[in-house]
Design a protein around this ligand. Structure first.
Ligand SMILES: [Zn+2]
Length: 245
């Protein structure tokens, strides 16, 4: 795990100059991974919470937190119980701060400018099996992450004045069949969609689902196309509206 921590160039990740301190990240993660008791875990947690992954005084979260999620999950799995509890607390803070961050976006393998809350949530869901068995805090974290749904389009066909998009839904669609505003991401562009309706929900634990998207041509949904909740990045929606499909 120490090799994995050192393999990341934390200083290459973006963050506000006065608050993001990349040197705290590697030092804090190394200290947390090797902590053998409560005091060491708390000291490591302070490094990471005071300008490493988050800045708890200002309630900010940095893109480094997204990169660090698998490392924090590995500490939950393999580290000292006090270190695991600290890692869970950091994940909880990061997601809570991110949910109130309307402007920070991060590049991911599936889309280029994902709201930081959704990028974090997606990585948290990657540890679902582990978090399910990590007590009430793990369960709460997963429940919070599920609010940041993601839909990967695999195929789209015309329907009425819009399209039906077939694909995989991760996370929880809000309110069953209600219509929600979404943000559609394709390589090099992102556009707001006023209406996305869950036409067929996932069943039996499989992510396969279908969305109805009024006013969208199937050509505009050719993979790779990914949808996120528009409410996660309200400040950027105007700017993104200027980008044309
Ligand atoms: Zn989100």
């Amino acid at each position: 795990m120490l090799n994995a921590i050192d393999a990341v160039d934390w200083s290459a990740l973006p963050g506000p100059a006065l608050r993001y301190e990349p040197e705290r990240v590697a030092a804090g993660l190394r200290a947390l991974a090797t902590a053998t008791g409560l005091v060491q875990a708390a000291d490591a947690g302070s490094l990471l919470a005071g300008g490493g992954l988050v800045h708890d005084h200002s309630g900010e979260v940095f893109p480094a937190a997204v990169t660090a999620v698998p490392l924090l999950l590995a500490i939950v799995r393999h580290g000292h119980p006090a270190a695991g509890a600290t890692a869970l607390g950091l994940l909880d803070d990061a997601l809570a701060f991110a949910t109130h961050d309307a402007s920070t976006r991060v590049a991911t393998p599936y889309a280029e400018a994902v709201p930081i809350c959704c990028a974090l949530a997606d990585r948290v869901r990657g540890g679902a099996g582990l978090l399910d068995g990590s007590g009430p805090e793990g369960g709460r974290l997963l429940a919070d992450a599920d609010g940041h749904w993601r839909f990967d389009v695999e195929e789209a066909v015309a329907e009425g004045d819009g399209a039906l998009a077939f694909g995989a839904l991760a996370g929880r669609w809000p309110g069953g069949g209600t219509s929600v505003a979404a943000e559609l991401h394709r390589p090099g562009r992102a556009v707001p969609l006023v209406q996305a309706v869950l036409h067929h929900p996932p069943e039996d634990g499989h992510p396969d689902a279908c969305l109805r998207l009024p006013g969208v041509l199937p050509d505009g949904l050719a993979p790779p196309a990914v949808l996120f909740p528009a409410r996660c990045a309200p400040a950027a929606a105007g700017a993104l509206a200027a980008v044309v499909l």
